[in-house]
Design a protein around this ligand. Structure first.
Ligand SMILES: [Zn+2]
Ligand SMILES: [Zn+2]
Length: 144
């Protein structure tokens, strides 16, 4: 039986990573370097947040208030928006995972053990192939 694979984004470098079911430990990082660096960074951020929370609070609130008043002004002066149905939608980029899916269908290898995996990819995005619930069989009441 072929290995199934899961596709995910590395939480640090955001690269696409394929992981086979054997190597899949629910990881979010492509490598030890990434998970280590991310941990260090989050620790740093936490301490930084702690240090600057008192100092920055007042300033932040002040900025928020100014921002809100500016926003109000804009909405009051602004002319009504034209109907949007004839406006071209913003350019939609094909999702990375979809591109990878189509380009890598010939060869899908686990990022960690480099083994070939099955073409059936599990992904957080693909969940419409869930099996439908079995219909309950009707039991006729026994009786006269
Ligand atoms: Zn990474
Ligand atoms: Zn593997």
């Amino acid at each position: 039986m072929e290995l199934s694979a899961r596709l995910f984004h590395c939480a640090r470098c955001e690269r696409q990573v394929m992981v086979c079911s054997d190597c899949d430990r629910g990881q979010h990082y492509c490598s030890r370097e990434c998970s280590g660096a991310a941990r260090k960074k989050s620790l740093h951020a936490a301490s930084h947040r702690y240090q600057s929370s008192k100092r920055g609070k007042h300033h932040h609130a002040d900025r928020q208030r100014r921002y809100r008043t500016r926003l109000k002004k804009v909405t009051h002066q602004g002319s009504p928006q034209p109907p949007s149905h004839d406006v071209l939608p913003p350019e939609r980029k094909e999702p990375e995972w979809q591109r990878l899916l189509s380009s890598a269908l010939e060869e899908i290898r686990c990022h960690f053990c480099r083994r070939h995996c099955s073409h059936f990819l599990r992904s957080g995005f693909i969940n419409r192939y869930l099996p439908t619930k079995p219909t309950p069989t009707l039991a006729w009441p026994r009786g006269p």
